[in-house]
Write a protein that binds this ligand. Structure first.
Ligand code: 5AD
Ligand code: SF4
Length: 481
């Protein structure tokens, strides 16, 4: 975990140390010096902004980027004003990818007006060689390009850019390395994501993640627990354990452990009141995990269990390694063992070869499980994945038709599920001031439902009993009791 290190005590006349994280602290000190020179020339402090696309993993990575930049001495500002803009990109679906190019067009214009401005791109999209080639050829105004494996190197890359002219590009194809103990700037003082593993070994046939995030690597449990203890000491009450496939946590460690074991250990940490995790793969979800969740006082009553498709035939082509029946059995068992649990999911519509009958199977699972929420996606072809070269890509009209039949069904069921809590009192973590309703707070129930209720800013970060007065579809209006 990050220790207070006095960057002013680092001797920059020496060569940079070879080992991490000391090497990065050296470069943070170096950047700080270079930045101070620039600030003196300009007569004002310099600012940064990190714009995040995609998932919780990226959100957490962005907190690390911000932490490094704050150590260096940048202050945070809105994107339009910032001297240093970083886009932490996503490439899981093509539209995430296109958005970045859209933003870049605007930044190019911005940089013409403010030539000293710096632009960095990092994250999943940068792990695709054709993206980097395109940036190198046609987007020369981008100053820094790095990937998912070396975000910890931001200070070193920035130092290089500040000392030399031209685009700095550093992409690693893969890594075994997990660099610990770097600064992090948390978005919320009372809750935090905690990486427990990186990468994915599942190779679902539609998914680009294993190619851009690399092979599965678990963090040492001691490092994770130490980080959470420190977070608790800083006032964090809720942690979200993050990994592409948390159910296989620890299998490849020198001293193997499992996810259920890790959860028990996290549960013991004083001060932590709520534990969440993301994402579970149905094929690896153990009976032990269900029992740990059932017995736990801290693990939230919410499980995100991506279905992807309800058709066994399509699931096989997706390389998901479970059948419709196995999924239904698992979901049924979870619902029975942990009453009141909220089950949410991800569904892809229009995977190559999906027929009307396959789609009906998906609808059938949606109705049988009765999801509390479901994220529905139109299949997006990702170059390099096995599904991209599958024949029988489904026509656009057909996919749209299926999508427009699935969405209202998912929403109808989610509303019905939410309605079931009306009139009850639930423990709610007050998270922020409501932007639209002055005098109101927005909080989250253990099952992840949002509640808006009258309250003052001083209660943010507290767990409060709230009566759920009125269900408005996917959220509640309530009152603290
Ligand atoms: N097309 C559409 N959706 C996808 N997802 C992953 N890859 C694709 C793709 N190629 C969805 C899956 C996953 C979620 C994070 O994104 O449903 O669970
Ligand atoms: Fe992608 Fe499948 Fe890994 Fe999830 S489990 S990141 S969908 S390959």
């Amino acid at each position: 975990m990050y220790q207070e290190i006095d960057l002013n005590n680092i001797d920059l006349s020496l060569a940079p140390p070879a080992e991490e994280p000391a090497r990065q602290y050296y470069f943070m000190a170096k950047c700080r010096k270079l930045l101070q020179q620039q600030e003196e020339e300009l007569g004002r402090p310099l600012t940064f902004h990190v714009t995040t696309f995609g998932c919780q993993m990226n959100a957490r990575d962005s907190e690390k980027l911000s932490g490094i930049l704050e150590q260096i001495g940048y202050g945070e500002a809105a994107e339009e004003q910032a001297d240093f803009v970083i886009y932490n990109t996503c490439t899981v679906r093509e539209n995430a990818n296109l958005k970045v190019y859209g933003h870049l067009g605007r930044l190019k214009h911005e940089k013409k007006i403010r030539p000293r401005m710096m632009i960095a791109l990092c994250g999943c999209m940068m792990q695709e060689p054709e993206v980097v080639r395109r940036l190198e050829e046609s987007y020369k105004f981008v100053d820094l390009i790095f990937g998912t494996h070396n975000i910890f190197k931001l200070a070193e890359l920035l130092a290089k850019r500040l000392e030399e002219r031209g685009q700095v590009v550093d992409i690693w194809e893969n890594t075994e390395e997990i660099v610990e103990d770097l600064p992090v700037d948390r978005k919320y003082p009372f809750k935090s994501g905690v990486n427990i593993m990186f990468g994915c070994n599942n190779f679902c046939s539609y998914c680009i993640v294993p190619y851009v995030r690399g092979r599965e690597r678990s963090r040492e449990p001691g490092e994770i627990l130490r980080e959470i203890e420190r977070l608790a000491a800083e006032g964090v009450v809720e942690v979200m354990l993050l990994g592409q496939n948390v159910n296989s946590y620890g299998k490849n460690l020198p001293d193997p452990v499992n996810f259920a074991w890790l959860l028990r250990k996290v549960e013991e940490i004083e001060g932590i009141r709520r534990i969440r995790f993301m994402t579970s793969h149905p094929k690896d979800l153990s009976e032990e995990l269900i029992q740990v969740m059932k017995e736990s006082r801290k693990i939230c009553r919410h499980l995100h269990l991506p279905l992807q498709s309800g058709s066994t035939r399509i699931l096989e082509k997706m390389n998901r390694k479970y059948t419709k029946e196995q999924y239904l059995e698992l979901a049924g068992r979870i619902r029975k063992e942990i009453p009141g649990i909220s089950l949410t999911t991800d569904i892809i519509v229009g995977f190559p070869g999906e027929t009307e009958e396959d789609f009906e199977d998906t609808l059938d699972v949606v109705r049988t499980v009765g999801y509390d929420n479901a994220y529905t996606f139109i299949y997006s072809k990702r170059t390099g994945t096995p599904a991209a070269s599958m024949e029988e890509q489904v026509g656009e009209e057909e996919v749209k038709d299926r999508f427009s039949r699935l969405l209202p069904e998912v929403q109808r069921i989610a509303r019905e599920r939410a309605l079931g809590f009306e009139g009850t009192v639930q423990e709610v973590l007050a998270e922020e001031l409501n932007e639209h309703l002055p005098g109101y707070l927005t909080g989250r129930m253990s099952n992840n439902l949002l509640v808006h209720f009258p309250g003052e800013a001083s209660r943010i970060g507290k767990l409060l009993p709230v009566r759920l007065e009125e269900c408005r579809g996917f959220y509640y209006m309530g009152r603290a009791v």
